[in-house]
Design a protein around this ligand. Structure first.
Ligand code: FES
Length: 133
């Protein structure tokens, strides 16, 4: 099987050939977007980013990064501004609904629908998230 370099360019110098490992890494990152440096989201904090006009809240729970849509499904409250409670939940600052940061699940009234969750990868000190669209 032949693998072309991701940019389609012909590469003649053996030293610049991407390895199979490089190619699979690039393929697996195709739908990801770099959104922040890991240092911008220290443990216990959150950060708002925007990708394809979608507001995404990043959370750092004890060193693990999670990304959820920054929209409370009750009435659009900004979840990134909510308090982190019970270790893995965010409480909407408007009316107090809680969401599981890891899964997006709505855990309490007045929200009933989950918020969107995006896959996260941390590479070389940068946070990448699955593109919302
Ligand atoms: S907008 Fe979030 S609980 Fe109402």
């Amino acid at each position: 099987m032949f693998f072309a370099p991701p940019n389609g360019a012909h590469v003649h110098d053996e030293s610049t050939h991407p390895t199979i490992h490089d190619l699979f890494n690039n393929l697996s990152m195709n739908n990801y977007v770099k959104v922040a440096a890991l240092t911008e989201v220290p443990p216990g904090s959150s950060k708002l980013v925007e990708v394809n006009r979608v507001r995404v809240a990043l959370f750092n729970l004890d060193g693990a990064i999670y990304a959820i849509e920054d929209v409370c499904t009750h009435d659009g409250g900004p979840l990134v501004e909510g308090d982190i409670v019970n270790g893995c939940q965010v409480q909407c600052p408007r009316h107090g609904a809680r969401f599981d940061i890891r899964t997006g699940a709505a855990l309490s009234f007045p929200a009933f629908e989950p918020t969107n969750v995006y896959a996260v990868q941390v590479r070389d000190g940068d946070i990448w998230i699955e593109s919302p669209q």
